[in-house]
Design a protein around this ligand. Structure first.
Ligand code: ZN
Length: 661
């Protein structure tokens, strides 16, 4: 339930930092990939205990690296190691072939294997098999002939995971969640047979591989110390134990203890206890995920892919959301909605914004911008869940996007670009905060109206409502009074960006001829198109330049805000009354259809910018200073390591699994 996958046009933005000019966000670019750096603001202000805790949790995160390679395909570790050996012991002068080798290896590192991390398709080297075999021989590196067809034959293991209708999903997926020869029917029958139907069910299959034994029967190989991936999990446990004495709270102590016990035993009851302890641990500033977590990569959606993320609460952002929450009633009372739809007593929630300290496993190099865990529904229901936004990652996306030509191409003039560069980040933050902390919680359902009254349009309308609430108050002087915005001009940056995105630029993510399906994209177009339609007095317009390009121009921001207020009142009414017919009509009229000519134009303009659609990261390097007794006395962060150096170092220092597992 995580994977708030990053958007090409991140609509969230973050606080700008004074050192911005000195920090280079983009590290490398190859194929459709761009490698970025991220900063870890606030790390230096943590206590020594917290820094020490993070240091050991980071080590535990990195120790699991090989697990993901093996889960992604049973030949991946052998391929990666052979490539790295040839790369570091290259037998010739550096030539064009060397560059091809480097490009392929960089791609393998990015995908944690030989299949594209997003499309799931196998990518092929630009060098030939003959050249590869000769070069290995010349470098005196033994050739494992089993990897050759896997690397070079497009028909062998073409997909990491297939979801194609009518084929055997297990047999046709290269992912290593099932051993050779296991069929989908066999795997499903095994899961069915071992299903836990109790009130506190174990997630059977979360931490294991299913294989065929000599007699053709399914056997389960459990990921645990002494079991499958044992050598890596042993190292993970070693560093979790180092971390344990530095836990901030008794709940966090329990979290780490349960995670250690789970890695040792593979017992899924202990995993449930771990999840519950993790949800209950709300007072620690430092937090982490480490283990078999998301199940998207298993074609049957059962087995968890290994990942780790170590993070800490962003206290500045938390204070900001606290101010908003404290004023929740003021916002409710002053919104444009009909008084009978207002909550007499409204409680704001405080949003959780975190700073990532390290990304690992399936969170690295490509990473989500938010997490929402645990995944077991019964635990979510009984104990709740944690949902967080990873601030510094979003920030890095946005900073890297500056100067890539996008705003120059699509924003109408230098004035709005200046405004956006200055205030886009702070407004984007506030928009998210208002949406999360007070937007969703505002308003009242009329007696007898069911929560599900808007059926398939419920999520689009709900996101629209929260967004409108946020947009309306962004333009209110109250935010300047509360010290959240610097002046009464800043909100214009957000208005322009939101309207431009909803009317035009988000279309770059839609294929020609397709409708808009995704709820958030629908909600953004619904708002922009409805507001545009109801700006009858030239508040905003689409202008066409002599070269044919179209641009959004906003002439009267206060006027636009009034129309946003009208729409908020309407959407609140639809929600409060459970008015399905109006919801449906609004979505169909404004949110789904795309103007084909404008779409073509936007796509053509976007293509010319040659932007890499996928991004990933290098991690900072943490160095612990020890005293003579081996106790950590300080931890420092360095951001200078490059992409290649980082992966070669990880392969050297964190290579815990044998070639064949
Ligand atoms: Zn929302």
């Amino acid at each position: 339930m995580k994977k708030t996958v990053f958007l090409i046009l991140a609509t969230l933005c973050l606080m700008s930092c004074h050192k911005e000019q000195e920090f280079m966000y983009t590290v490398d670019k190859f194929y459709d990939l761009e490698i970025l750096r991220y900063q870890v603001p606030g790390f230096d202000e943590l206590t020594l205990q917290q820094k020490t805790l993070i240091y050991y949790l980071n080590e535990a995160a990195l120790q699991g690296r090989d697990i993901l390679y093996d889960q992604n395909g049973r030949y991946n570790l052998r391929i990666r190691r052979t490539l790295e050996a040839l790369y570091t012991r290259y037998p010739y002068a550096k030539d064009e072939q060397f560059e091809r080798l480097e490009k392929y290896l960089k791609r393998v590192w990015f995908a944690n294997g030989i299949h594209h991390h997003y499309s799931e398709d196998k990518f092929l080297p630009e060098f030939t098999q003959d050249w590869f075999v000769t070069a290995l021989a010349d470098a005196r590196i033994p050739v494992d002939s089993a990897i050759l067809p896997v690397m070079f034959d497009p028909d062998v293991m073409p997909k990491r995971m297939t979801q194609q209708d009518g084929v055997d999903l297990v047999a046709n997926s290269a992912g290593n969640y099932y051993g050779e020869g296991v069929t989908q029917a066999q795997a499903q029958a095994w899961y069915e047979q071992h299903k836990d139907t109790s009130a506190a069910p174990k997630w059977i299959g979360l931490n294991s591989q299913l294989i065929l034994d000599e007699t053709g029967h399914i056997q389960e190989r459990v990921y645990r110390v002494g079991g499958l991936y044992g050598p890596a999990l042993e190292k993970v446990v070693f560093y979790l134990e180092k971390a344990l004495p530095f836990a901030e709270t008794s709940e966090q102590r329990k979290v780490i203890e349960r995670m250690i016990a789970f890695n040792r035993t593979g017992d899924l009851d202990i995993f449930n206890q771990y999840c519950i302890a993790w949800v209950n641990d709300v007072n620690s500033q430092v937090d982490f995920v480490n283990g078999f977590t998301e199940t998207y990569c298993d074609p049957l959606g059962i087995t968890g892919t290994w990942e780790s993320l170590v993070n800490f609460k962003d206290m500045q952002a938390t204070r900001r959301t606290q101010i908003i929450s404290d004023n929740a009633q003021w916002f409710e009372n002053h919104s444009t909605t009909n008084p009978k739809y207002k909550k007499p007593e409204v409680k704001g929630v405080s949003a959780k914004v975190i700073t990532a300290a390290i990304l690992a496993g399936d969170c690295y190099p490509a990473t989500p911008i938010g997490i929402n865990l645990p995944n077991a529904n019964w635990i979510r229901k009984e104990y709740g869940s944690k949902s967080v936004t990873i601030d510094n990652i979003v920030h890095a996306y946005n900073e890297a996007a500056k100067g890539n030509g996008f705003n120059e191409e699509f924003m109408v003039d230098a004035n709005i670009r200046r405004l956006y560069n200055k205030y886009g980040a702070v407004c984007g933050d506030l928009h998210t905060d208002l949406h999360e902390c007070v937007g969703h919680g505002s308003g009242l359902l009329m007696p007898g109206v069911s929560k599900d009254a808007l059926k398939e349009h419920a999520s689009t309308i709900e996101e629209t409502r929260a967004d409108l609430f946020a947009l309306y108050f962004l333009g209110d002087h109250k935010l300047v009074e509360l010290g959240l915005l610097p002046n009464d001009e800043a909100y214009k940056a957000c208005y322009y960006q939101q309207m431009m995105n909803g009317l035009m630029t988000q279309l770059v993510r839609i294929e020609p001829g397709k409708d808009i399906e995704e709820a958030h994209m629908r909600n953004r177009q619904l708002i922009a198109a409805w507001v545009f339609d109801h700006c009858q007095n030239g508040e905003m317009e689409i202008i066409q330049r002599k070269d044919g390009r179209h641009f959004l121009q906003i002439n009267d921001y206060e006027g636009v805000r009034r129309v946003i207020g009208d729409m908020l009142a309407l959407i609140q009414q639809v929600t409060s009354e459970g008015d399905y017919d109006t919801a449906k009509q609004l979505v169909e009229q404004y949110a789904v259809k795309v103007n084909p000519e404008l779409h073509q134009e936007i796509l053509a303009r976007y293509t010319k910018l040659h932007l890499a659609p996928y991004k990933g990261f290098v991690n900072p390097v943490y160095t612990a200073q020890m005293d003579e007794k081996g106790r950590i006395v300080n931890v420092t962060v360095d951001y200078t390591e490059g992409y290649i150096d980082q992966h070669l170092r990880y392969s050297r220092d964190y290579s815990n699994l044998p070639d064949i597992n």
